[in-house]
Write a protein that binds this ligand. Structure first.
Ligand SMILES: C[S@@+](CC[C@H](N)C(=O)[O-])C[C@H]1O[C@@H](n2cnc3c(N)ncnc32)[C@H](O)[C@@H]1O
Length: 200
């Protein structure tokens, strides 16, 4: 059995490799990456805190990247087999497939959520957790995404989104959903906030 220091070293090199892959992808496609580095553990844990593992149903993650939020969800008690990961970067899909073999991985465009998932889900989702860089898309696309997500979820289920921008990526004036926000998370590059939307 590996010693604790070996395991720690393994985790650190894992994280370093992820950061290198992330920066490479950001250099290739800065707008669709929306970040230069994977989310910090504290941001990932804050996202996971809004998901209640005891509520039945799949948990959809949009834009999981190298999987820091996925890991936080699993650590919070979510069975990997309940996860539906939607990621369009093939290199990240390869990593996710190796790390979460029991999760359902969908390689595709999260903005076509309805088409991707409506026949795949056997029951309504308990939550949608998103790392997509929403603010790089026009408002009408963001709105269509959240409406499609609400249609796939249980009533009142959370759509959890992080963003680096100060304002909510889904303006309150659009209506039809409640809005909740976390404190600003300074231990992340750059600092971020988690927003939670529920259909009203
Ligand atoms: C800001 S990164 C977040 C990655 C990870 N969730 C994290 O917190 O470190 C955005 C991720 O969304 C993915 N992505 C961007 N647009 C997408 C789309 N339309 N469909 C699926 N994935 C997308 C990117 O490939 C990247 O993995």
């Amino acid at each position: 059995m590996p010693s604790q220091s070996l395991r720690l070293r393994g985790k650190k090199s894992h994280r370093l490799n992820d950061e290198v892959r992330f920066i490479r992808s950001w250099l290739e496609k800065p707008l669709s990456m929306g970040a230069v580095t994977p989310s910090s553990r504290i941001l990932a844990r804050t996202m996971a805190r809004y998901v209640e593992p005891s509520v039945a149903g799949p948990i959809i993650e949009l834009g999981p990247g190298t999987g820091p939020v996925t890991e936080a969800l699993v650590q919070a008690g979510v069975e990997p087999s309940r996860l539906v990961l939607v990621e369009f970067n093939p290199a990240f899909c390869k990593i996710l497939r190796a790390r979460y073999p029991d999760a359902t991985l969908v390689q595709g465009d999260a903005y076509s959520l309805r088409r991707l998932l409506e026949t795949l889900l056997l029951q309504p989702a308990a939550a949608v957790v998103s790392g997509l860089p929403l603010v790089t898309k026009p408002i009408r696309m963001r709105l269509r995404l959240i409406r499609d997500a609400f249609d796939l979820m249980l009533p009142g289920a959370p759509f959890v989104q992080f963003t680096y921008s100060v304002a909510s990526p889904l303006p309150r004036r659009l209506g039809g959903f409640s809005v909740e926000a976390s404190e600003r998370i300074w231990m992340n590059i750059p600092p971020a906030r988690v927003w939670v939307y529920r259909k009203t």
